[in-house]
Structure formats: structure tokens, C-alpha cells
Write a protein that binds this ligand. Structure first.
Ligand code: PRX
Length: 650
């Protein structure tokens, strides 16, 4: 973290109290009741979670113990049995929710579909029968590589119904990324589509799957959804159309009751080494975390139309497009495409068209809207909105104020929710009817969460001093391990200070106990709200035949948060041309996906290293940011490298 970020943030002193009107209708309407529940949740966690688990979830068999904790491994609600899909669907069918919209879908071309809870239940039952007929069993893995269409939710819920572990792969990832993930979890099935619509074009998903599957021996079947109607190759005996297999599937499916710790999904996320980490979430604890946080933080009511703009490929799409809101019986809006298609006001159009009441998006999107101009917003009323949220990275106070004034018309509370793929649900966030907000702060902890800002020795730092952010107690929706690599799980999250969860972020707490997250402290960048491991980009670069060595660093960027700058040393005899720069950008795009394409590539004769051969990224970061090299350079092995880098202006 830099001093600059800390000082600029601490000038922010505005406080926004929940309005009387919001409080009077809120699911949690006073600071005192938040404090009372919070205190209980951390002082008597077993009593608290035991009671809430019974209140928020439908159990087939009640649990015996609430928590078995042998650091760093947790077992929540042992002995209990339940089914996630039953909680998200079947339990809503007994009353008026049966014919309420579960999903309102808008495709990028403008097609709209409304799917009720009863209809969604039927589709999920049918797809569960399809999976069953293909021989998928509890514990098997299935990869989902789909656009943002309702069938993505159907596929996830059908897997959950059977106890098949899904791994959703973001549709923007490349065939290499599919191959790595499918092989890591040894998936038997891939569910994909002929394509999806994005920015007026077709995203070709199936060819990526086909390329990946030439090197994935475990995959037996591929199911292909027809979305765009463009031509795709179908491998005889392996590939089947979604509509064909669904045509004859029965709508009857009896959900099995699964043990609380049954694995639910694996979601791969970037770490500071080259290989993505397969974060494993399980059944009961995860479902409780996302259900309860959706209820309190989104203040969900029967009449809400709730829209989270995240793609299903990220954890936000899992927790707050599918599992959390559906478990609460909410109406979820799902939009397939880009925010500026056909015009930069598409989101505001959607809000007015469908009467969206709750809107949850990312700071990077908000900064894009600001850049596109207020006029696009002012064309629309946005009268239906009552609550706004953000997630994915720190929100700068200017963007917060713009969101508050232009989108929320000063009437909607903003929930700035801090959490991670690993935490499963929101960890630090205001509860909108209870907790006053400050622009740029994710405020106070959610129930059961004990965040502390510690120094290297594990001592809590004084108010407003920066440090590393730790979570001091286990929580129900925490990751259980990294798929197939428990040693890395321990090393990555629990070894910084033994027994405490280290999230990789730097933060400070102000005098009111409000948290201000300042960003990652490891070699992971946050680009447009998505984590990108610099090591992954580097290993993609060095896999290009012209590249000898590469270092990727972040440069502050107004829209994206961080821009990706790569320093590249070429092999002898390779010419440093602009064409090669473009080729390298595309190469990273092909290896990882376009979200990881470097914003800028700088050729360098050598990279600054320590005597032990470690690349000094701090120096490269300062160079990339266009600043002076301020820090200590005495450990630098070869000073001429630095001089050459400085003179090599882009
Ligand atoms: O650095 C924090 C940042 O995003 C990281 C988690 O990334 P990921 O696992 O991809 O999940 C993103 C969606 C939950 C965190 O370690 N981050 C996320 N939300 C916030 C945030 N930083 C500041 N404020 C937030 N509200």
C-alpha cells in the first residue's frame, strides 16, 4: 500500500446515515440491533449460527454440532442434511412464490424471458435427470462455460441438486484456461453454448471448448446450448445439443439430502504463483452465508427486482446472482451483454424497463459510466431504485458520490461490500438500514466476522495506521481447502500469522472502527474488479517463442483500477517491434483470456534483480507509474539495467 492512498482516503469525512424512511421498512432497521446481533455472533458464534441456520435454511435432517474447528479446517453443521437446489427452488413452490418471477432475462439483442420459480424448478429437475442419464454421480465434476443466460443458473442448480461439483469458467477465458481448469478438477462433462452475444458480436465459446478438449482426457460428454444459432462443430458421440437432451427429460426429480459439508463448487481464482487456485465451497455453510447476507445487505423484499451485473463466471455471480437471491425467493434480473450496447445507457434503460429496485455493480463500471457522461443517465428516470451496491475493489469517494447523486438520486443507500472468492459471502459491508456509510469505506463487519488490521508481528495497529487485513475467526461460508492442494491452502491463507486467515489485502481502520481496504499487498492485481495474478501473465508471456523473461506490474488507472504493464526481455536475435508488442498482447489473450491482455508492453534489455536473482517489481512498478525511483536500490545487482530502463521511454 502506498502512503499516498492512505492520506488521500483519510481526508474523506462525510457520513451518510440511513434515512428514516429506509429504516422503517428495513430488514434490520437500527444500529443498536446490528450491534446486538453482531456481538452475539462473535461472542457466542455457535448459538448464533445454530439459530440462524434453522431460520434461514430448509433442512431435511437437523445438524448435531454447529462448528468443528481444527485450524485451518472447519466443519459446519455436521450431521445435518439438506439440498441447495431444494432451498433455492422447491421450498418456494408451496405458496405464492411459485408463480413469481425467479429470473427476468434480457439478452443483448433485446430478447426478454421471464422464468417463474415453478418453471425454473421444472428446468432444473429436467437437467438433473439429463446429468443423471449421462452417468454423473455425486462428487463428479462438471465444467460450465456459458454466456450470461438463465441456462447457466439451471446448470449450476442441477449440479447442486445431484451433488455434482460444478466449476464455472468465465466465458471470457481462453481454451488454455479451460484446459487447465478441466484437467485440474478432472471434469467429466462440459456444458457450453454455440456462443453468446457481447458488444454486438458473437462470443465463440464452442471452438474454445473444442481446442481445450484435445488435451482433457477426463471429459466424456459435452452439452451445447443453442443461443446464437451460428454454426458449430459437434463431435459425434461426445457432443449433444441441450434442446435434444432436454426434450425427453422428465420434469420429476426427487432431490437427495446431502450432508452439510458436501462439496458444492470449485471456483478457480488467481494467486501469486502461475497456477490458478481451485477454491472449494461446500453446502450448508456457504448457503447460509449467501442467504443471510443477501437478506440483510440487499434488504430483500417480495416486491424487489434485484440486479447484480456480475458474470456467472465470478464468485459474485455464484453468490449473488444464483444462490443467495434465489434462496431468499427474490426476483433476479440477468443481462447477457455489455453496458454500452447499443448505447452507453443500456443499464439505465434496463432499470427503467424492468423496474429494478436493487442494483449491485463494480466500481470499474461506475467509473466507465462517469466517463461516458451524465447525459446518458439523465435520459432515464431510475425512479424504481431503492438500494445500490458495489463490489470487487475499493471505490474512490468521487465515484461513490457520483453513484449516490446521479444513480441513487441521494435517496438510495450504498452498500460497499468487501469479500473474496474464498470468503464465499460478504465479510465487511454496511447493513443499509442500520449502518451509516462513508464514501470509500466498506464500513463494519458482517455477522460472525472479526477483521483486524495487524502489523508484521501480529499486533493490532492504531486507528488509521495501515497494515494487513486478517480475519480472526472461522465463518460458515469460508473456503474449505484448495482443490487437490491442501498444503497450498494452509500456506496461502493461514501461514502469515498461524491460525489467522490472511486475505492478501492491506487496510486501515478509522477511529469509528470503519474499514478502508487499500488493495492487494501480494503480486495479484485488481484489473476492472477481477483478480489477475501477475505470475500467470508472466508465464503466458514467456511461453511465446520470442520472449526470454517477463515481469508484469500494475499502474494506477482511472477506469480499470490497475492497468497491466509488462516488461519483456527478448531472446537474442528477436527484434523489438510494435508488431511483436501486439502479437504478445494477443498471445496473453489467447493463453488466459482478453481480460488479462497487457495494456502496455515495454521491451527491456534486462530486468532489475536482486543479487539472489529476484525481480525487483517495486522498481518496475514505480517506472510503470511514470514516477521517480524513490525506494532503496542498494540490493540491485546491476545498476546499468535501471539506467537502460529509464532511458527506454515508451
Ligand atoms: O482486494 C479485494 C478486492 O477484491 C479481492 C477479491 O477478489 P475476488 O476473489 O475476485 O472477489 C471479488 C468479488 C467478491 C479482495 O481481496 N475487493 C473486493 N471487494 C472489495 C475489494 N476491495 C475493496 N472494497 C471492496 N468492496
Amino acid at each position: 500500500m502506498t502512503d499516498q492512498t492512505i492520506t488521500s482516503v483519510s481526508r474523506e469525512s462525510r457520513v451518510f446515515k440511513p434515512s428514516t424512511q429506509f429504516k422503517s421498512q428495513a430488514n434490520l432497521g437500527s444500529f443498536a440491533s446490528y450491534q446486538r446481533l453482531y456481538r452475539e455472533s462473535v461472542n457466542a458464534p455457535e448459538r448464533f449460527w445454530g439459530r440462524e441456520a434453522k431460520k434461514f435454511l430448509a433442512w431435511r435432517k437437523s445438524f448435531g454440532s454447529v462448528l468443528k474447528w481444527k485450524a485451518p479446517h472447519a466443519k459446519w453443521f455436521s450431521g445435518g442434511r439438506l439440498n441447495v437446489a431444494e432451498n433455492c427452488l422447491d421450498r418456494h413452490l408451496a405458496g405464492p412464490r411459485a408463480n413469481k418471477a425467479a429470473i427476468i432475462f434480457e439478452g443483448e439483442p433485446g430478447d426478454v424471458r421471464t422464468i417463474t420459480y415453478a418453471q425454473l424448478h421444472r428446468e432444473v429437475c429436467k437437467f438433473a435427470n439429463v446429468l443423471d442419464s449421462l452417468g454423473l454421480k455425486k462428487g463428479d465434476r462438471a465444467a460450465i462455460y456459458l454466456p450470461m443466460v438463465p441456462e447457466a443458473a439451471v446448470a449450476m442448480l442441477a449440479c447442486a441438486r445431484l451433488g455434482v461439483i460444478h466449476t464455472v469458467i468465465f466465458g471470457g477465458f481462453s481454451s488454455e484456461a479451460i484446459k487447465d481448469r478441466v484437467n485440474d478438477c478432472q471434469a467429466k462433462l462440459v456444458i457450453t453454448a454455440d456462443g453468446g452475444f457481447r458488444r454486438g458480436k458473437i462470443v465463440e465459446l464452442k471452438p474454445n471448448v473444442d481446442r481445450a478438449l484435445s488435451a482433457t482426457p477426463t471429459v466424456e460428454h459435452v452439452i451445447v446450448l443453442k443461443r446464437t444459432g451460428n454454426e458449430v462443430a459437434m463431435a459425434e458421440g461426445r457432443d449433444r445439443w441441450w434442446h435434444d437432451v432436454m426434450a425427453t427429460a422428465s420434469t420429476q426429480h426427487k432431490a437427495k439430502a446431502h450432508e452439510s459439508e458436501t462439496p458444492l463448487f470449485i471456483l478457480y481464482t488467481s494467486g501469486s504463483t502461475g497456477k490458478p487456485k481451485g477454491v472449494l465451497h461446500t453446502t450448508a455453510g456457504y448457503l447460509l452465508g449467501v442467504t443471510m447476507s443477501a437478506h440483510y445487505v440487499f434488504d430483500l423484499k417480495e416486491s424487489d427486482v434485484y440486479w447484480c451485473t456480475a458474470d456467472i463466471g465470478w464468485v459474485t455471480g455464484h453468490s449473488y446472482v444464483v444462490y443467495g437471491p434465489l434462496s431468499c425467493g427474490a426476483t433476479v434480473l440477468m443481462y447477457e451483454g455489455a453496458p454500452n450496447q447499443p448505447e452507453p445507457d443500456r443499464f439505465w434503460q434496463i432499470i427503467d424497463r424492468h423496474g429494478v429496485t436493487i442494483f449491485y455493480t463494480a466500481p470499474t463500471a461506475i467509473r466507465s459510466f462517469m466517463r461516458w457522461g451524465d447525459d446518458y443517465v439523465k435520459r432515464h428516470s431510475l425512479r424504481s431504485l431503492r438500494l445500490l451496491g458495489t463490489v470487487g475493489e475499493p471505490i474512490n469517494p468521487e465515484a461513490w458520490m457520483w453513484y449516490h447523486e446521479l444513480i441513487g438520486k441521494k435517496r438510495c443507500p450504498i452498500v460497499d461490500t468487501w469479500w473474496q472468492t474464498e470468503t464465499g459471502c460478504m465479510m465487511v459491508t454496511p447493513i443499509p438500514g442500520a449502518v451509516p456509510t462513508k464514501p470509500g469505506s466498506c464500513t463494519l463487519p458482517f455477522f460472525g466476522v472479526v477483521p483486524k488490521v495487524l502489523d508484521e508481528q501480529g499486533t493490532e495497529v492504531p486507528p488509521n495506521a495501515g497494515g494487513k487485513l486478517f480475519l480472526m475467526q472461522p465463518w460458515p461460508s469460508m473456503l474449505r481447502t484448495l482443490w487437490g492442494d491442501d498444503a497450498r491452502y494452509k500456506q496461502q491463507y493461514w501461514s502469515e500469522l498461524p491460525g489467522l486467515y490472511f486475505c492478501g489485502d492491506g487496510a486501515r481502520k478509522d477511529k469509528d472502527g470503519y474499514l478502508w481496504v487499500v488493495g492487494r499487498i501480494d503480486d495479484v492485481l485488481n484489473v476492472s474488479g477481477h483478480r489477475i495474478g501477475t505470475a500467470e501473465v508472466e508465464s503466458a508471456l514467456v511461453s511465446h517463442p520470442s520472449v526470454a523473461e517477463a515481469a508484469a506490474v500494475g499502474r494506477p488507472d482511472e477506469i480499470k483500477g490497475s492497468a497491466l504493464v509488462c516488461f519483456v526481455t527478448l531472446k537474442t536475435g528477436q527484434a523489438p517491434t510494435d508488431e511483436l508488442k501486439e502479437a504478445l498482447r494477443n498471445h496473453v489473450g489467447k493463453e488466459i483470456g482478453s481480460l488479462a491482455k497487457p495494456d502496455s508492453i515495454r521491451f527491456a534489455a534486462g530486468l532489475p534483480k536482486t543479487r539472489s536473482g529476484k525481480i525487483m517489481r517495486r522498481i518496475l512498478k514505480e517506472l510503470a507509474g511514470g514516477g521517480e525511483i524513490k525506494g532503496d536500490t542498494t540490493t540491485l545487482e546491476d545498476f546499468s539495467v535501471l539506467a537502460a530502463l529509464k532511458s527506454d521511454d515508451e
